[in-house]
Design a protein around this ligand. Structure first.
Ligand SMILES: O=P(O)(O)OC[C@H]1O[C@H](OP(=O)(O)OP(=O)(O)O)[C@H](O)[C@@H]1O
Length: 271
């Protein structure tokens, strides 16, 4: 007789309520919000910056694996099998036979993608895990307003058929970078992905609007929603209720309250 206790393990994601639709998940996690607040504050410099980014992504990726990755039933003998035939764990584990591709959106996405890649390699069969690289930058006009995103080069290591494709990028500001990257995959990389996931530390309502319009199939997991420049009537409302009025970007398309340009602070390069 086998114990079915772990045959169907629930995973309840702690989420902030919102009205952005079912493909947006605003993770509710006080520990991570504390670490993120530290990361965003003025006195935090390297090496603390990268330590915090790595810590936050380690947790966010685990959350996403729990919520999104398929599972399978196993019967794995434990060390006790030498003493008793009952020494077998029977229950669910993350299915190791799933393809996963993490995309490094250089530059702020580089460390998050490396953390994601390393964690995926310890969770599913490493043969099925890949990291791609895209060099991207937001283009600005003479007034320093962001006018689009430009791909300067890419190393794509194969197709994405049936793969879970992850885009771990700290800031979702205008959504231009993610939208351009996802479009490139859809248009130029062969195969139909199983799922496309965006893993962000901070997103804006503007980012969510653009992604949900241009790529409604993308599922977003974010640790924080920033809408600090919204008119007063927005504050206190459930996020997304007054979506058209919500504003998280300043005139230079930086996130408010935000934490500065993460590509800049992580690389100590203020261009
Ligand atoms: O949603 P968007 O408006 O496209 O902005 C977000 C992009 O900007 C940041 O990157 P980083 O500072 O590395 O790049 P940048 O030079 O393009 O700002 C961030 O990590 C995103 O990649």
């Amino acid at each position: 007789m086998r114990d079915t206790l772990y045959a169907n393990v629930p995973f309840l994601l702690s989420e902030m309520p919102h009205r952005y639709g079912p493909n947006v998940h605003l993770v509710g996690n006080p520990f991570l919000l504390s670490q993120l607040a530290k990361l965003c504050s003025k006195g935090t410099v390297q090496p603390e910056i990268n330590r915090l980014v790595a810590l936050l992504y380690t947790d966010l990726v685990k959350t996403v694996i729990n919520a999104e990755f398929p599972r399978k039933m196993v019967a794995l003998p434990t060390r006790m099998i030498d003493h008793t035939p009952q020494g077998i764990y029977q229950g669910e584990v993350i299915d190791p036979a799933v393809r996963a591709v993490t995309v490094n959106i250089a530059r702020a996405g580089t460390l998050p993608s490396q953390v994601t890649y390393d964690l995926l390699n310890t969770t599913v069969d490493p043969v099925l895990v890949r990291q791609d690289h895209i060099i991207m930058s937001r283009m600005i006009d003479a007034k320093e307003t962001v006018v689009g995103s430009n791909i300067g080069g890419a190393k794509i290591g194969g197709d994405i058929d049936d793969a879970i494709v992850l885009f771990p990028d700290p800031m979702g500001a205008t959504g231009g970078s993610l939208s351009t990257a996802v479009s490139m995959y859809k248009e130029k990389v062969p195969g139909t992905p199983r799922r496309i996931l965006s893993l962000n530390l901070i997103v804006t309502p503007e980012f969510l609007r653009r992604i949900s319009r241009e790529h409604p199939d993308v599922v977003v997991y974010a640790l924080r929603l920033d809408r600090g420049l919204s008119p007063p009537e927005v504050f206190g409302t459930i996020p997304g209720e007054l979506w058209e009025k919500e504003r998280g970007l300043d005139d230079r398309q930086y996130i408010v309250p935000g934490g500065g340009g993460f590509g800049e602070i992580m690389n100590n390069a203020y261009v």
